[in-house]
Design a binder for this molecule. Structure first.
Ligand SMILES: [Zn+2]
Length: 199
């Protein structure tokens, strides 16, 4: 982008770090901020910088928060019996949409020997301690149905084996409105093994 001056080019480049934003969109965003919404841009800078400075991890569930405890862990009305383990904060939001009222634990990843991500990086020792300290009745493993997500779920299941807690895995399967004919074999096998009794 030789037609843009260096400062603007720099801004465009930094905007491309956003997911789903390519060079063209970054260029449009940069010009919009500089041309049409300087006040909004200033607020964006301020909010981003404050969030970067203050947001850390919840001491209990590891989710992102600027306080010691996130709003879910801090809420005394939540159900202490159930603990749902997810890979990312975005998945907490997705599961909240379902009306789940238990607690969470956020791994911030999944076991991956290739990438050097082991149990310590996922805070699995803290997870075990959390289950013990809070007398959790059921741990729901909601890691993704990928090879690594499954391996992570299995590892946690083993980790909690000696504890007096039910460990369950969310069912992955046929999308609502989908036709079996078009569902891949792995998904269908999973749906069959995760079937529930109707009686
Ligand atoms: Zn929390």
């Amino acid at each position: 982008m030789a037609s843009l001056s260096p400062l603007i080019n720099q801004l465009v480049e930094s905007l491309t770090i956003l997911p789903g934003v390519g060079p063209k969109s970054a260029q449009r965003l940069a010009l919009h901020l500089l041309e049409k919404d300087k006040a909004g841009a200033a607020m964006l800078v301020e909010n981003l910088s404050e969030a970067l400075e203050k947001v850390g991890h919840c001491q209990k569930c590891r989710n992102l928060t600027e306080n010691d405890l996130c709003p879910v862990c801090d809420d005394v009305k939540r159900n202490d019996d159930q603990l749902c383990v997810v890979e990312t904060p975005a998945e907490v939001l997705a599961i909240e949409q379902t009306g789940f009222r238990g607690r969470y634990f956020v791994l911030f990843g999944r076991l991956s020997p290739i990438e050097g991500i082991g149990p310590d990086a996922l805070g699995l020792h803290n997870l075990k301690q959390l289950v013990l300290d809070n007398q959790v009745q059921e741990v729901i493993l909601a890691t993704n149905p990928t090879v690594e997500g499954e391996a992570t779920a299995q590892f946690i299941q083993q980790l909690l084996k000696a504890q007096d807690v039910v460990v369950s895995r969310i069912a992955h399967g046929v999308p609502l409105g989908g036709e079996l004919e078009y569902v891949d074999g792995g998904t269908l096998a999973h749906a069959i093994s995760g079937r529930i009794s109707l009686s």
